[in-house]
Design a protein around this ligand. Structure first.
Ligand SMILES: Cc1cc2nc3c(=O)[nH]c(=O)nc-3n(C[C@H](O)[C@H](O)[C@H](O)COP(=O)(O)OP(=O)(O)OC[C@H]3O[C@@H](n4cnc5c(N)ncnc54)[C@H](O)[C@@H]3O)c2cc1C
Ligand SMILES: NC(=O)c1ccc[n+]([C@@H]2O[C@H](COP(=O)([O-])OP(=O)(O)OC[C@H]3O[C@@H](n4cnc5c(N)ncnc54)[C@H](OP(=O)(O)O)[C@@H]3O)[C@@H](O)[C@H]2O)c1
Length: 266
């Protein structure tokens, strides 16, 4: 149970479907809601709870963590969601329409943020599926583009139609506020269950192991210059982390900044 004074009721402003099981949506943003790009919010949806005698309202709120996609300076909050068949949260969320209510905890959460790192030159953003979400927010932050020489986005999905935010990522190259720094951006698509022109076809840990990822990007994974964020499928996070730990990378510990930051989605 989250106490009512700890959250606000926000309205859905916009919904964008990407694929049958993937969509993005925007919510009104409580004026006091602050976050650092890379962080997540806790969202709530009300579900019928008619058989619970302790609950006279007949509804319960189901809460889940959601990475914030939008920029820290946007007036709305944007999120990118999977739909899990039978999932307690997403089966309800995917039914909602523009104007419907989603609850948002006032607190922000998480440590997948650039301030976790000691200074570096290349920022690697490695995602599977909806794990791309926090990296879009990080890319919207001007400081990210100022602080790094290369911004490398690697997005691994099963099928090509799940390459969400492709136009947003490519769009930075022409965006009036980012185009002067466009040469910094590298975008690598990984499609694992179908052939897709231009995409790599193996899982991220295998691509690191074989050196294929580095040769595609044209930049090495190097302890002195690479800072790596990993987000999404927990097995991918573990496997990728293992590969990088073997090469000397570590997460921040007890105030000692490292070169790795990770987020597991389940
Ligand atoms: C820190 C954090 C941030 C998160 N950010 C996002 C986000 O930005 N977008 C998002 O869609 N989800 C995100 N999630 C997952 C999200 O909290 C829920 O798990 C998801 O909405 C499914 O909820 P559910 O109740 O329908 O299913 P659940 O009962 O929560 O999950 C059932 C199963 O579905 C699978 N699953 C759950 N989430 C995903 C996913 N995102 N992609 C693929 N398989 C999944 C897992 O196998 C899980 O065991 C995040 C989770 C964490 C911990
Ligand atoms: N995507 C769909 O078609 C689909 C359809 C209906 C329901 N769902 C539900 O959605 C969930 C899966 O969603 P998703 O496709 O976004 O997530 P996912 O299974 O995490 O797949 C996303 C990407 O991560 C890769 N991956 C998976 N495990 C990995 C590992 N251990 N190491 C490295 N890479 C790894 C996948 O490669 P591989 O392809 O090699 O696994 C794929 O490229 C499931 O719970 C399922 O119930 C998905």
């Amino acid at each position: 149970m989250v106490a009512p004074d700890k959250y606000t009721a926000e309205k859905i402003l916009w919904i964008h479907p990407w694929a049958p099981n993937l969509f993005s949506f925007r919510l009104t943003r409580y004026a006091g809601f602050r976050f650092t790009p890379g962080q997540f919010a806790r969202l709530g949806v009300a579900k019928p709870d008619p058989d619970n005698p302790k609950n006279p309202s007949g509804t319960r709120i189901v809460w889940r963590a959601y990475s914030i996609v939008s920029a820290s300076y946007d007036e709305h909050l944007e999120f990118y969601s999977i739909v899990i068949p039978g999932g307690d949260f997403t089966s309800e969320l995917s039914r909602l329409r523009v104007g419907d209510t989603v609850y948002v905890e006032k607190m922000n959460y998480g440590f997948l943020t650039c301030d976790r790192f000691e200074r570096g030159k290349d920022l690697w953003l490695l995602a599977t599926g909806t794990g791309l979400a926090p990296f879009i927010s990080i890319l919207w932050e001007h400081k990210t583009w100022d602080d790094y020489e290369n911004l490398i986005v690697v997005h691994s999905v099963r099928y090509p139609n799940e390459l969400a935010y492709q136009q947003t990522i490519e769009g930075f190259r022409a965006h009036k506020h980012f185009r002067a720094r466009a040469r910094k951006l590298r975008y690598v698509q990984v499609v694992t269950r179908a052939k897709f022109d231009g995409a790599l076809g193996q899982r991220i840990p295998a691509l690191i192991e074989s050196g294929q990822l580095e040769s595609r990007v044209g930049v090495g994974l190097d302890l002195s210059r690479s800072r790596v964020m990993i987000c999404g499928n927990p097995e991918m996070v573990t496997d990728t982390r293992k590969r990088l730990t073997a090469r000397g990378f570590s997460t921040s510990r007890r105030g000692v900044p490292g070169q790795l930051a990770v987020e597991n989605y389940w």
